[in-house]
Design a protein around this ligand. Structure first.
Ligand code: ADP
Ligand code: MG
Length: 681
């Protein structure tokens, strides 16, 4: 690697001590950082005819001043400068705020180029940038960088331009030639220049294509190498479970496993037997029987005499899992539930038992298990929902001398291929088949608010002995108001349905004891209607519930709606989901339509992907999802897939070690801290 790129940015012309400090705040320390600080968008100053402009578009217009500009002052420092421009046959008014000094620079008859927001109806432009002279003299596409207050865009453009001029010849190609040739990717120097100062949209596209591929390839190489190293470096983690015991246990289950369950289980058991550490994702729609598979795997692990742990995101879920697993395993295993509500002496005892190997299975939330528990002999960990078990968490366990097999479960249906690619260091099992006899949930979309018809529908289901969930109106970003809504709705419904039907209330501010009490009453059908905020979203299992009513359904994403809907349809009765929604736009309406048309989580996730577009698919930065600088996992999915395949070939041929064409890539990959850490292990 060229060491000149590692020089501090102060070596670049124009960067003094003060600016250096500010740039450091942006995470820019060496020349390479600066060169690879890519714009997040570009301003285009292409002049288009007025007739082609769209209302509110950011546009650039060139025209001739028909009079001297005029300035009006108002307030203390505020001003408004008005220019009348002749643009072809049109007369356009250009207004610019708080830059009165421009009046001195511009006279009637001058040609000016202004950029700003175009008002089609009034033939007016609100100017953000102006320049005396013709548009041609400006560079057509200008980079816009993410900034902090201390550095201006003009400054950043200047120093990046200087860095490009002074150092671009030090940038070395890292992709082997046969790759750039076969994928028609521009060279690294050329692409880098185009990323900052594209000569055209087309050249920019190719430059991006190059860096996207480069980024994905490096990511995939790292992940796959890490996986390989992990496998090779682990010894003695083979779990030789007792096959007879396991078969007996499976036979006691009240159902026959589905084909998909059997397949996933076989994949998991194979990982266990192998000496390498399992790092597997088990994916399946809500109700597809993941927990059943997990339980069998847990049992297998425990027959080896080791301990197992089940980590879940919330205490409610921990309690539910504990209850259902205790029922499933009976006396076969000793299970403890370790939550925040276990306190004092009892807690001490529990931790003591875990330490002394008197306990087989420990169920708790993620935090609890990681921080304070001193396992005796942990062989297997299952992580349920949402959180990916990161390298750091694994390190925490390793620091404790533990090296368990890890299985993640998620009900977020990510298209299979995308999952395999996104989690390059993981193996993926998919349960893509529902247990037989499940009746798909009938879904209805009701416009607007709750109606008498809806109320009597719920009553009818309750008369049949069934139960209902009512999910409350959602106030964005306000837990407080959400809870107030839940309380109000609870009172209203209690009034409507009294005295025969009992209504319960669930929200995040209840204490754990209160939550548990409510859930137990609901599970025992002492409560028929459960009014709740979205806390019931994940995992809760009450098979007797047949109605899911969701207020403000348009405010939820498809996958969240699908999760909520998954709370019903878990038993043998026909179930219903009622979406109360008044979507204001087409996407919202489309979502409701999709919900009423399909109950297949994978199909839904594909549709969601199309509707939401790239970038947004995984919602608010879901933990564990890799982040990329240029590439987007969804939008650039094909490049990701190509990179994954190429990386697989390189790794399996051991080409990083043996083939000189990959020398630069090898250098980069070996600098990764995880891989370094791994190799040093
Ligand atoms: P998930 O964890 O994927 O949401 P669960 O494992 O909780 O699904 O299964 C949902 C319900 O289906 C449970 O009540 C479970 O007992 C039942 N179940 C699981 N597998 C089967 C199967 N193969 N046949 C019939 N019922 C099943
Ligand atoms: Mg193993």
């Amino acid at each position: 690697m060229n060491q000149r790129l590692k020089l501090p940015i102060s070596q670049v012309t124009g960067i003094g001590e003060k600016l250096q400090a500010h740039l450091n705040e942006l995470g820019l320390f060496d020349v390479e950082d600066l060169l690879f600080y890519f714009p997040h968008r570009y301003d285009s100053y292409e002049v288009k005819p007025l007739t082609e402009l769209e209302h509110q578009e950011k546009a650039t217009i060139e025209g001739q001043l028909t009079a001297d500009p005029t300035v009006q002052f108002y307030g203390k420092k505020k001003s408004r400068l008005t220019m009348m421009l002749q643009v072809g046959q049109f007369s356009v008014k250009a207004v610019m705020f708080n830059r009165p000094f421009a009046k001195k620079q511009l006279k009637a008859g001058d040609t000016v180029t202004v950029t700003g927001k175009w008002d089609q109806h009034r033939l007016q432009i609100t100017v953000s940038q102006y320049k005396k002279g013709e548009a041609k003299s400006q560079e057509p596409i200008q980079p816009v960088y993410t900034l902090k207050e201390s550095v201006t865009l003009v400054t950043l453009r200047k120093v990046i331009k200087a860095a490009l001029e002074e150092y671009i010849t030090d940038v070395e190609e890292i992709l082997p030639e046969h790759m750039t040739v076969s994928y028609k990717l521009p060279g690294r120097q050329q692409a880098l220049h185009q990323m900052h100062y594209p000569e055209s949209r087309v050249l920019l596209k190719h430059a991006k294509r190059r860096f996207i591929y480069e980024e994905f390839l490096i990511f995939q190489l790292k992940m796959q190498l890490l996986r390989k190293l992990q496998r090779e470096s682990t010894t003695g983690n083979a779990q030789n479970y007792d096959n007879d015991q396991l078969t007996n246990f499976v036979q006691t289950l009240p159902f026959e496993l589905t084909g998909a369950q059997k397949r996933s289980l076989a994949e998991i058991l194979k990982d266990m037997k192998n000496p390498y550490r399992m790092n597997r994702l088990l994916q399946g729609d809500v109700g597809s029987g993941k927990t059943a598979v997990a339980a069998i795997a847990l049992y297998a692990s425990i027959t080896t005499g080791k301990q197992a742990a089940l980590m879940v995101p919330t205490e409610i879920l921990a309690e539910q899992h504990a209850a259902s697993l205790k029922e499933l395993f009976g006396d076969l295993l000793s299970i403890v539930l370790l939550t925040g509500s276990v306190k004092g002496k009892k807690r001490k005892e529990m931790l003591e038992q875990i330490k002394n190997n008197q306990v087989d299975l420990i169920i708790g939330t993620h935090a609890l298990i990681q921080d304070e528990v001193d396992f005796n002999n942990l062989g297997f960990v299952i992580v349920d929902e949402q959180h990916r078990f990161g390298v750091n968490q694994r390190r925490t366990l390793r620091d404790k001398g533990l090296n368990p097999d890890v299985l993640f479960m998620t009900a977020t249906p990510i298209p299979r291929t995308l999952a395999i690619t996104a989690f390059g260091d993981m193996d993926v099992s998919v349960i893509d088949e529902m247990p037989a006899g499940r009746k798909p949930v009938d879904t209805y979309w009701v416009k607007g608010q709750i109606t008498d018809k809806v109320l009597s529908f719920i009553q009818k289901e309750i008369n049949l002995g069934h139960q209902a969930y009512v999910i409350c109106p959602l106030i964005e970003e306000s837990d407080e108001l959400d809870i107030q809504n839940a309380i109000d709705l609870y009172h209203q419904l209690a009034q409507v349905y009294k005295p025969k039907v009992h209504v319960g209330l669930m929200h995040g501010r209840l204490s754990n004891e209160e939550k548990e009490e409510v859930m137990q009453k609901y599970a025992a059908n002492e409560i028929q209607i459960l009014v709740s905020t979205t806390v019931v979203e994940v995992g809760v299992n009450v098979p007797n519930a047949t109605v899911m009513l969701i207020h403000d359904a348009e405010r939820f994403g498809l996958s969240q709606l699908h999760q909520l809907r998954g709370r019903v349809g878990r038993g043998q009765h026909q179930s219903y989901c009622i979406l109360l929604a008044d979507p204001k736009n087409d996407v919202g309406k489309e979502r409701m339509r999709i919900m009423t048309e399909t109950t297949d989580g994978f199909e839904l996730s594909e549709q969601d992907l199309k509707l939401r577009g790239p970038g947004d698919f995984f919602g608010r930065k879901q933990s564990g999802m890799p982040e990329f600088k240029v590439g987007d996992m969804v939008h650039d999915y094909r490049a990701l897939e190509t990179a994954r395949q190429d990386a697989a070939d390189i790794i399996s041929n051991n080409a990083l070690e043996t083939d000189d064409r990959y020398k630069s890539l090898k250098e980069i990959i070996e600098q990764d801290e995880h891989i370094l850490g791994k190799v040093l292990d």
